[in-house]
Design a protein around this ligand. Structure first.
Ligand code: AMP
Length: 144
């Protein structure tokens, strides 16, 4: 039977993160594995580019602080040590895969909405992660 030694769970810090994290925790116990978590903050400049002619750094800093405390709170309920909590700026799918490589994760756990139609064509974080993953990926069905 395949064993997993280091599981990385990607959390967007929405309500659905709980469902994804519960699956990751179950696998952690089953394999007696390490569990790390990651939340990626998308830089406002990536989302809005030059559309807004203003300095976004203060807002970005506030977003960072809020995400940091939410991630720490979430991770503590999962019993994830501080050094295994990762908060990164960038594009979620790219950063999740890069981090998995860096920490030597052998399983990435993400949520998946099972989208249809145009949303499916546009892709999802789960698709993006799978595309560049250095290891196995578990897409946990969340929502509709
Ligand atoms: P989405 O396809 O964007 O609806 O996201 C599906 C899943 O991708 C989530 O349940 C998370 O596992 C992961 N994900 C999405 N956004 C982020 C993010 N900013 N940081 C970490 N994981 C994320």
């Amino acid at each position: 039977m395949a064993e997993y030694a280091h599981i990385l769970v990607a959390v967007d810090l929405t309500e659905e993160s709980r469902i994804v994290a519960t699956k990751a925790c179950g696998l952690k116990s089953a394999y007696n594995a390490n569990l790390s978590c990651v939340h990626v903050i998308e830089p406002l400049s990536l989302a809005y580019g030059g559309d807004i002619p203003m300095d976004l750094s203060t807002i970005q800093e506030q977003i960072h602080e809020t995400a940091k405390s939410h991630l720490a709170e979430f991770a503590s309920t999962l019993d994830i040590a501080t050094e295994n909590q990762h908060l990164i700026f960038g594009r979620p799918e790219t950063e999740i895969d890069t981090l998995a490589q860096q920490i030597g994760a052998d399983l990435i756990v993400v949520g998946s909405h099972g989208r249809h139609g145009i949303a499916l064509l546009l892709g999802s974080t789960a698709n993006g992660v799978l595309h560049g993953a250095p290891c196995d990926v578990l897409a946990v069905r969340v929502g509709t």
